[in-house]
Ligand binder design. Structure first.
Ligand code: 5AD
Ligand code: SF4
Length: 473
């Protein structure tokens, strides 16, 4: 704890990559907040800078080292002015590279893997005494019950939409993916702990809960009956919590879509009809090489099961182009699958070999120009589907959860069921409410419209936008 006269230490945290990192960053802020740190948006002001890193592709990983180069200069400048700055590397690069990070960037004081964030205060103290402070173990204890809970003010400042981790790690071992190595094997949190977290959020103005996990629909946490519950069953439980207007979950694997999940989509209004369901490729040959354990037709069947109970459901996906050995024919099978499904959105990536993964040993690399060309063609197709999907909203009335003031004075922004941003001229009082909006036009990816009915007065805390990035997959 802080002494009486000590000014609070300032913490700046920069997150890369997925939603899980955004969530983990908040939990680190909460945990260090309990130690007297306050968050600052300015790295230059901070006594402690944490880089919360991503290892999924080479580009993401390399960003860390360029950032560390800049921080080294800032740290040296501060030291000359008599001010100490501590630098910590967290996240999946920390997990994957451990002590190598300090060998390559000696300016780093602490290296902490995703399973050890509750040890951050102790690691910082160790580094302060000049002792080694590297922790990348997978400890047996449940870190979630050891990390500090957010304060009421922190929840309110973060807005009406919040993430809750329900599951971590992955046992699927897709041959291109580092997640099973950096996040470890599947672990599900008990139902009652999740329910407590959601209650605390909704008690403080949160209306939308996104349950997150690298392989979220492999969820099998202990229920109050002492038995493992599925994600579908968990959704029914979350939907009962007062204040929960919307529930989402991410990221799902097609092989783990069971009947309870489909039933939850059928029965629960709060479960949004928008599912992130990565397929990676449409070629059975490439899916085999990726060790996805499903073919394109299996994926289509899963999509059909969702559509049978919710005809208004929409999908997003992740795609990798240029997996080793991918031919033009394989790639066309991916385009054909995209054509068949019709996505509302998708993320697409060029294959990036990751050290230690089985695919990194495959020799038959697709050339860089071919990868670029395929990525461009795939993105053009997805863009056309996304804009057709967005255009289809014009002239309809859609429910919007209002999140915060938009840039334009008097305008608010919220999101539709499909996470489309919707802008409306309206009073700030409606932040936190779900209200019907008639969509008049489309400006790039944003819908513009007007409220259909006069809202009831209800004030909510301001919010920062919640990015929606894929995790795991
Ligand atoms: N190269 C390119 N993309 C990858 N992804 C995961 N690993 C790699 C890799 N080695 C993508 C997948 C996954 C998303 C989170 O990142 O599409 O679903
Ligand atoms: Fe697991 Fe997704 Fe990575 Fe496959 S791509 S190993 S399912 S996290």
């Amino acid at each position: 704890m802080q002494g009486f006269m000590t000014p609070p230490r300032k913490l700046h945290i920069k997150s890369y990559g997925c939603q899980m990192n955004v969530y983990d960053a908040q939990r680190m802020v909460d945990t260090l907040g309990a130690e007297g740190f306050v968050e600052t948006t300015e790295a230059g002001d901070a006594d402690l800078v944490i880089l919360n890193t991503c290892h999924i592709r080479e580009k993401a990983s390399e960003k860390v080292y360029s950032e560390l180069g800049r921080l080294r200069v800032a740290k040296e400048d501060a030291a000359r002015a008599g001010r100490a700055i501590q630098i910590a590397v967290a996240g999946c690069v920390a997990q994957a590279e451990g002590a190598e990070i300090i060998a390559r960037a000696p300016t780093v004081d602490v290296v902490v893997g995703p399973q050890s964030y509750h040890h951050l205060p102790e690691l910082l103290a160790r580094a302060g005494r000049g002792e080694p402070a590297i922790e990348t173990e997978f400890p047996a204890e449940d870190k979630f019950s050891l990390l500090a809970k957010p304060s009421r003010d922190a929840i309110r400042a973060r807005g009406v939409s919040a993430f809750v981790t329900v599951q971590e790690g992955c046992d699927k071992f897709c041959t291109f993916c580092v997640v099973p190595y950096t996040r470890g094997s599947e672990m599900s949190r008990p139902v009652e702990r999740i329910v407590d977290d959601v209650r605390q959020l909704t008690d403080n103005g949160v209306r939308e809960i996104t349950l997150i996990g690298q392989n979220v629909n492999a969820y099998h946490g202990d229920g109050p009956d002492g038995r493992p519950w599925t994600l579908g069953r968990l959704l029914y439980r979350i939907a009962e919590i007062p204040g929960v207007a919307r529930i989402r979950y991410s990221t799902s694997h097609p092989n783990d879509v069971d009947d309870s999940l489909i039933a939850a989509h059928r029965d629960l209004r709060a479960v949004m009809p928008f599912v992130h369901l990565p397929v990676q490729s449409g070629s059975d040959r490439i899916l085999g090489l990726m060790n996805r354990k499903h073919g394109a037709s299996d994926y289509l069947k899963v999509v059909d099961r969702f559509r049978a109970v919710r005809p208004d459901i929409a999908f997003s996906s992740d795609f990798i182009v240029g997996f080793p050995g991918e031919t033009e024919e394989d790639f066309r099978a991916t385009l054909a699958l995209i054509d068949q499904i019709g996505y509302a959105a998708a993320y697409s990536f060029k294959y990036s070999p990751r050290p230690g993964t089985p695919a990194a040993d495959l020799q038959e690399m697709v050339s860089a120009p071919e990868m670029d060309e395929r990525l461009e063609r795939l993105q053009a197709l997805i863009d056309s589907q996304q804009s057709a999907f967005n255009k289809a909203a014009i002239g309809t009335v859609v429910d919007v959860l209002f999140e915060r003031a938009a840039r334009k004075p008097g305008q608010l922004v919220g999101r539709t069921a499909y996470l489309q941003p919707a802008h409306v001229m309206a009073s700030h009082d409606i932040v936190g409410q779900v209200l019907p909006v008639r969509i008049d036009s489309l400006e790039r990816y944003s819908l513009l419209g007007e409220l259909v009915t006069a809202p009831a007065a209800n004030s909510r805390a301001p919010i920062s936008p919640a990015p929606f990035l894929s995790i795991g997959g």
